[in-house]
Design a protein around this ligand. Structure first.
Ligand SMILES: [Zn+2]
Length: 233
C-alpha cells in the first residue's frame, strides 16, 4: 500500500469524524430549541383554554340563577291558577306557564351543553399538560446530554485536530493537499455498500476490488477519490 494513500485515507477519516461531531453537537441545540418552542405553544393553548373555561363558568352561573328564578316564578303562577275567574284568564295564564317552561328547558339544555364543553376542555387540558411534562423531561435529558457531549467532544476534537495536523504534514503531495484544504468534502469519499459514497453510483467490480486492496481510485461517475473503509460498511 502506497504510504500517501494510507495517509490520505487517514486524513479523510479524521475529517469525517470531525464533521460527525460537528453535526451531532449542531443537532442537539436545534432539537432543544424546537422542543422549547413547542412547550411555549402548548402553554399558550392551556392559557386560552383556561380563559374559555372562565367564560363558560360565568355563563353557567347566570343560567343557574335563571333556573332558580324559574322555580319561584312557577310557584307564583301556580298559585295564581287558584284565583282565575274565567276561561280567558285561565288560557292566558296557561300560555304564560308554557312559555316559562319552554324558557327553562332551553336554559337546562344550555347548561348541559356548557357542562359537556367544560368536560371536553378539561380532558384536552389534561392531555396537553401530559405532553408538556413529557417534552420538559426530554428537554432536560437533551440539555444534560449536550453538556456531556460538549465535554467529551471537546477532548476528542482536540486530539483529532492534532492528528490531522500531523497527517497533513506527512503527506508529500502538495497539489492534493492544496485542493484538500480548499474543499475536503468533495475531494475524497469512502466506498459505501459497493457504491461511490458521494454520488452513490455503483462501482465496477474491478474498481471495487482495487479499493478493497487498499488503492485510492477515482469514481467513474463523479471523479471523487474513493477508498474502502471496512469500518464504515
Ligand atoms: Zn461518484
Amino acid at each position: 500500500m502506497n504510504l500517501d494513500v494510507k495517509k490520505i485515507i487517514n486524513l479523510h477519516k479524521i475529517d469525517t469524524r470531525l464533521q460527525e461531531i460537528h453535526d451531532e453537537k449542531g443537532g442537539l441545540p436545534d432539537i432543544i430549541n424546537n422542543q422549547i418552542e413547542k412547550v411555549d405553544e402548548l402553554k399558550n393553548k392551556i392559557h386560552d383554554s383556561e380563559e374559555e373555561i372562565k367564560l363558560l363558568n360565568k355563563d353557567k352561573s347566570a343560567c343557574t340563577l335563571s333556573i332558580e328564578d324559574f322555580n319561584s316564578n312557577l310557584d307564583k303562577h301556580n298559585k295564581m291558577m287558584d284565583k282565575v275567574k274565567n276561561n280567558k284568564e285561565y288560557d292566558a295564564l296557561l300560555l304564560e306557564i308554557d312559555h316559562l317552561k319552554k324558557e327553562n328547558n332551553e336554559l337546562q339544555s344550555k347548561v348541559d351543553n356548557i357542562n359537556s364543553s367544560l368536560d371536553n376542555l378539561s380532558t384536552s387540558n389534561e392531555e396537553v399538560n401530559k405532553e408538556i411534562d413529557l417534552l420538559s423531561e426530554k428537554i432536560n435529558q437533551n440539555e444534560s446530554e449536550l453538556k456531556e457531549k460538549s465535554v467529551e467532544f471537546s477532548i476528542e476534537e482536540k486530539l483529532l485536530e492534532k492528528d490531522k495536523k500531523k497527517v497533513m504534514s506527512e503527506i508529500g503531495d502538495s497539489l492534493f493537499l492544496d485542493k484538500y484544504k480548499e474543499d475536503n468534502e468533495s475531494l475524497v469519499a469512502a466506498v459505501y455498500n459497493g457504491s461511490c459514497g458521494s454520488c452513490f453510483n455503483s462501482l465496477p467490480a474491478q474498481s471495487l476490488q482495487d479499493t478493497k486492496n487498499g488503492k485510492l481510485i477515482t469514481c467513474p461517475s463523479c471523479s471523487i477519490y474513493l477508498y474502502f473503509d471496512k469500518d464504515s460498511q
